[in-house]
Design a protein around this ligand. Structure first.
Ligand SMILES: C[S@@+](CC[C@H](N)C(=O)[O-])C[C@H]1O[C@@H](n2cnc3c(N)ncnc32)[C@H](O)[C@@H]1O
Length: 242
C-alpha cells in the first residue's frame, strides 16, 4: 500500500485494502485518512472518499512555506515539490512575476518566500483555491503577492511581467498567446505540458514558437517533472522570449 502525508492527513492510493484505519492514523500521527480517486475538471477538484476521521482541512509545510488547504476542495500534487522550489530560486530581484494558474499559491507562495520579486500577480479561477491563496499570503506574511479571482485568459492582458508561470496541464497551450503578449522583452516563460515521451523535445517548444509570432524564442531548459501516465511526461519548458 502506498500513501502520502499532506499536513496531518494521510492519502492512500488505490491499492489499499481493508485496514485498521485507527491504528494507521496513530502510526502516522494523522487526524484523517482519505483516498483521492482523481482530480476533476478545469478547477482541478478532487473526487475523494474519507476512510477515517472527518476534518479535511490542514496546513502542509514544504520548502519553508506554509500551505493551508482543504483536501476535499482543492488538489495537492506532491510530485511537483522540486519544481515549486526550482522556480522560486530562479526569480531575480525586482522581477514582476505573473502566476496564471495560481491555485492556493503552489508557485506564488514559494516565490514570495524565497525571492525578492517586486510583485507576484496570482490569478486563480476556482473560488475555493482563491480563498486559500489569500489565506496563504497572510500565513506566510507576504506583502508582494497580489491575488486575483478570475480567468487568466481575461486577466493576463491587464499586466506586463518579466516572468510568467503557466502551471497547468492539458490545455495550457491555448493560453500561450495571451501569456507571450504579456511578457516583457527578454522575459521568461515557464510553460507546462503533458506530452508523449517521443514528442517531449519538439511539440512544447514548437507550440511556443508558433505563438510567439515575430519574437525570437530561446529554449533554456526542458525540465521533466514526473510521469503523468504510461508513456506521457509532465514537462516544463523554460524559454526566453525577446
Ligand atoms: C491546481 S494548479 C496545478 C498544480 C500546480 N502546478 C502544483 O504545483 O501543484 C492549476 C490551477 O489552475 C486553475 N485554473 C484553471 N484554469 C484557469 C484559468 N483559465 N484561469 C485561472 N486559473 C485557472 C485551477 O483552478 C487550478 O487551481
Amino acid at each position: 500500500m502506498k500513501y502520502k502525508k499532506i499536513g496531518d492527513i494521510l492519502i492512500l492510493d488505490n491499492s489499499y485494502s481493508k485496514n485498521d484505519f485507527e491504528e494507521l492514523s496513530k502510526k502516522h500521527n494523522v487526524k484523517t485518512i482519505m483516498k483521492i480517486d482523481h482530480i476533476q475538471g478545469t478547477k482541478r477538484e478532487p473526487i475523494y472518499k474519507i476512510l477515517y476521521g472527518s476534518e479535511t482541512e490542514t496546513i502542509n509545510k514544504e520548502n519553508g512555506c506554509l500551505f493551508k488547504l482543504d483536501l476535499a476542495k482543492v488538489m495537492w500534487s506532491k510530485g511537483n515539490n522540486n519544481e515549486r522550489l526550482r522556480i522560486a530560486k530562479l526569480v531575480e530581484d525586482d522581477e514582476t512575476v505573473l502566476d496564471m494558474f495560481a491555485g492556493i499559491g503552489y508557485f506564488s507562495i514559494p516565490i514570495g518566500v524565497h525571492s525578492n520579486a517586486k510583485e507576484v500577480i496570482s490569478i486563480e479561477i476556482n473560488p475555493n483555491s482563491y480563498e486559500f491563496l489569500c489565506e496563504n499570503i497572510k500565513l506566510n506574511k507576504l506583502n508582494n503577492v497580489t491575488p486575483i479571482l478570475g480567468d487568466c485568459m481575461v486577466e493576463t492582458p491587464k499586466f506586463k511581467a518579466d516572468r510568467i508561470v503557466m502551471g497547468y496541464v492539458k490545455t495550457t497551450h491555448h493560453y500561450l498567446k495571451v501569456a507571450i503578449d504579456s511578457l516583457n522583452k527578454g522575459g521568461i516563460l515557464h510553460y507546462h505540458e503533458t506530452v508523449p515521451e517521443k514528442l517531449m523535445k519538439t511539440r512544447p517548444i514548437e507550440r511556443i514558437i508558433s505563438q510567439a509570432g515575430n519574437r525570437d524564442v530561446e529554449l533554456i531548459k526542458i525540465n521533466k517533472i514526473k510521469k503523468y501516465a504510461p508513456g506521457v511526461e509532465h514537462v516544463v519548458i523554460d524559454a526566453r522570449i525577446d
